[in-house]
Write a protein that binds this ligand. Structure first.
Ligand code: BGC
Length: 759
């Protein structure tokens, strides 16, 4: 029977929302049964094919291979294509021209915003503000759908403890509990109620990608099961539980097998134990990359991937080229293909594409809903919550808009370095530069001047590599000496210096690992010269990761990590620098003293030979270094503000917790200063005697509170036995009675401690 679009659509007069109840699921199943009964094998395999659009900004799809493939039913969707009209035209080819009229799923790396760009995810995490994070995802979805996108490759929930890895910029940091909360907030924000202003979320990269050896991107991961279950897997699981509609495999191996073809990971753990029955897509060309892992040819690897539970092939062109041969050879069954095809169709069904294939092609919305004043105001407010004040001697910050303010540094007057890695939908030059933002905020009250001061790196080759397709064209034709001389002239005439230094956008993100996390040579030379002028210097550290700052921490009075704060970062930085907003971000990854300490993270195990408390420097035959203490420079959870908070009356309402009971820890937090500010109150626990070695601390609860000057609030943490368990190597969750500690404080280091017993 020749099917028309109308007959397909007529078959569907049902609710297409979340398929949350049985009826919806039954409707979906019968719709898809009917559809698949009419599809040829080639058409089914076509649905498993996800090639990239080839270009992100221009090009007519009708003339491109994508358009041709869409017309022939050879693709299930495409990704990283921008432009509502263009996407609509492409959708028309699939819907009107292909025999089965099946609409396309259209993905994009909408990682921290679309055209309105929010801070990079590591910065967003530093806000510890779940409402703000969810809102950022929801605005991103709203704009992306206005641009014709219906699927985002986000959230990235890979736990990471090695800041050499450039992709720490894309994740939430080192903690599984905080990472899980953030994963859920993002899934909720993206998917909402599956309206036409929501996108499907994609949990990535499953799994353990953040465990790459030596922080080198794409490198080997080798990890014990108990570590996986307790420390790395929780955020993926949390995102699954939040109902994420899709999931992406990772590039790395797990137990020697690439994730994309790892049956234990995708079948036993994800599908069977966690009950995830939704779409699994590979990461970019990861089926092809299996050959480089030493695992044979495309045919073998496609079979492995499909059999393991991968449904959709991103960019390998593998499934589409070999699966029918694999079927002929008896290496797979038609049922294997059907299973994967069904999951692709289910994702489209959830999107409501069968009811209305043009549901995300309201091209008018692109003009009205993208980069709106409202979205930008939200991005500005959220960005200001993400900056982490690391040091502030003599209240150097905030500064007054008066006299002459010098913005100096290679990141002081660039637009494309504000937005951060993976801002593919943003046309790069939309963001105000820091210099522009400060100048505008100061108005006619202060004279704001600028000098570049140095290049990013002395070595043009490294600087070029750091540009990595983003910050290119930054290099100055003047010599380093000339740049420095100009900066010093400007600095000497100023009352205060805002030093805009650190990492360009290309220095973090995918493929941008670093072996040395110091401020690059030329920039450190500039900073030293600026400090030598005796003018007050504020270091605004642009960063996609924790960076080491040995000299800076000892010699610069004020340091604030501003990360890459998105399109509205300049205004947000001005808000904080001038004291309109008090800084409130706290680190979600420890800042190491030097790279030799890496990995350094707060929730480590104690070892059998911990350094005795009170050891001033080094303790022989203990687990420590001769030349540096074990502590990071700035710990997880750390961040200052323009006031001080006092923690008092830390108490437990009972120091015995029964098997089915609950007890409450509470602490009173008081704003002792004279400005209003937010505080992120943190609670940790420690299991003192278990059948497995347990960490010295684990974050279990936090609360972000606002306090007016002099105001106090009591923050509570309800402790129940289920919060005190852990996984063994078989993935069983054990709750064992015994002695525990509960801690409360402003960061993972400065805590007060109480004891209790789980009976
Ligand atoms: C990255 C993914 C991304 C994909 C599509 C890959 O290289 O690892 O995070 O979603 O490309 O752009």
């Amino acid at each position: 029977m020749k099917l028309t679009r109308i007959s397909i659509l007529a078959a569907l007069a049902i609710s297409l929302a979340s398929c949350g109840n049985k009826g919806d699921k039954a409707d979906m199943d019968s719709y898809i049964d009917n559809l698949m009964s009419q599809m040829t094998l080639e058409e089914k395999i076509g649905q498993l094919n996800l090639p990239p659009a080839g270009d992100i900004v221009t090009g007519a799809p009708q003339d491109s291979p994508i358009g041709d493939m869409a017309s022939k039913g050879q693709i299930g969707g495409t990704f990283n294509i921008k432009g509502a009209e263009k996407i609509k035209a492409l959708q028309e080819l699939a819907v009107e021209k292909s025999r089965m009229h099946i609409p396309l799923i259209v993905g994009m790396d909408v990682i921290h915003g679309y055209e309105t760009v929010f801070p990079i995810p590591l910065a967003l995490a530093s806000s510890w503000d779940m409402e703000a994070i969810e809102k950022s995802a929801s605005i991103a979805a709203n704009e992306a759908t206005a641009g014709g996108i219906n699927w985002t490759f986000s959230p990235m929930v890979d736990i990471a403890r090695d800041p050499r890895w450039g992709r720490v910029a894309e994740g939430a940091g080192e903690d599984p509990y905080l990472g899980s909360q953030i994963a859920q907030a993002m899934v909720k924000g993206y998917q909402g109620d599956f309206s036409d202003e929501n996108v499907l979320a994609c949990i990535k990269h499953f799994a353990l990608y953040g465990g790459a050896e030596a922080g080198r991107d794409y490198n080997t991961v080798d990890m014990s099961r108990q570590r996986m279950y307790n420390e790395y897997l929780p955020p993926y699981k949390a995102a699954v539980d939040a109902g994420a509609a899709t999931l992406m495999t990772s590039f790395n191996i797990i137990d020697g097998v690439p994730a994309t073809a790892n049956e234990w990971l995708l079948q036993d753990l994800l599908r069977d134990q966690w009950g995830f029955d939704n779409l699994v897509v590979t990461d970019y060309a990861s089926i092809n990359e299996m050959a480089n892992h030493g695992m044979g040819n495309t045919l073998e690897n496609s079979v492995r991937a499909l059999k393991a539970g991968t449904d959709m092939d991103m960019s390998s062109n593998a499934f589409v080229s070999v699966l029918s041969e694999a079927l002929d050879k008896g290496l797979i069954s038609e049922a294997d293909i059907d299973k994967a095809c069904r999951r692709v169709l289910e994702a489209k069904y959830r999107l409501g594409l069968f009811e209305n294939p043009y549901r995300f092609n309201n091209v008018e919305r692109e003009k009205t809903d993208v980069y709106t004043d409202e979205h930008r105001a939200a991005a500005r407010e959220i960005a200001a919550k993400t900056f982490v004040l690391l040091k502030n001697d003599n209240n150097t910050l905030p500064i007054k808009p008066q006299g002459t303010i010098a913005v100096i540094g290679p990141l002081g007057n660039t637009s494309n370095n504000m937005v951060g890695t993976w801002s593919v939908a943003n046309p790069g030059d939309k963001a105000k530069t820091l210099y522009e933002g400060i100048k505008e905020a100061a108005g006619d009250k202060a004279n704001v001047v600028y000098a570049k001061g140095s290049n990013l790196y002395a070595d043009p080759f490294v600087e070029d590599a750091a540009a990595n397709g983003y910050g290119g064209g930054m290099r100055d034709s003047r010599s380093e000496d000339e740049l420095l001389a100009e900066a010093l002239r400007v600095a000497r005439g100023a009352d205060v210096i805002l030093a805009a230094v650190g990492e360009s956008v290309g220095m973090s993100g995918e493929g941008s690992s670093r072996s040395n996390l110091d401020l690059p040579d030329t920039q450190l030379r500039l900073l030293k010269a600026l400090v030598a002028t005796s003018k007050p210097v504020v270091m605004l550290n642009f960063a996609g990761r924790p960076t080491t700052m040995e000299w800076e921490a000892a010699n610069i009075p004020a340091i604030m990590n501003v990360w890459h704060g998105g399109t509205e970062a300049a205004d947000a930085i001005a808000d904080v620098v001038f004291g309109k907003v008090s800084p409130s971000g706290k680190l979600t990854m420890s800042i190491p003293q030097n790279v030799g300490q890496i990995p350094v993270y707060y929730n480590h195990l104690n070892t059998g030979r911990p350094v005795p408390e009170g050891t001033p420097h080094f303790h022989p035959f203990s687990s420590n270094y001769l030349d540096v203490r074990n502590e990071p420079r700035y710990p997880f959870g750390y961040g200052m503000t323009y006031t001080t908070f006092d923690y008092s009356d830390f108490a437990l309402d009972n120091n015995k917790l029964s098997k089915d009971g609950k007890i409450t820890a509470s602490v009173k937090v008081t704003n002792k200063g004279n400005v209003a500010a937010d505080e992120i109150v943190q609670f940790y626990t420690r299991d003192m005697a278990a059948s497995l070695a347990r960490p010295v601390k684990e974050l279990k609860h936090f609360d972000r509170i606002s306090l007016a000057p002099g105001e106090s609030k009591v923050v509570e943490f309800e402790i129940t036995p289920d919060k005190l368990g852990f996984y063994n190597a078989n993935g069983e969750y054990l709750i064992e009675p015994g002695e525990f500690k509960v801690m409360a404080g402003p960061n993972s280091r400065d805590v007060q401690t109480l004891d209790f017993t789980l009976e």
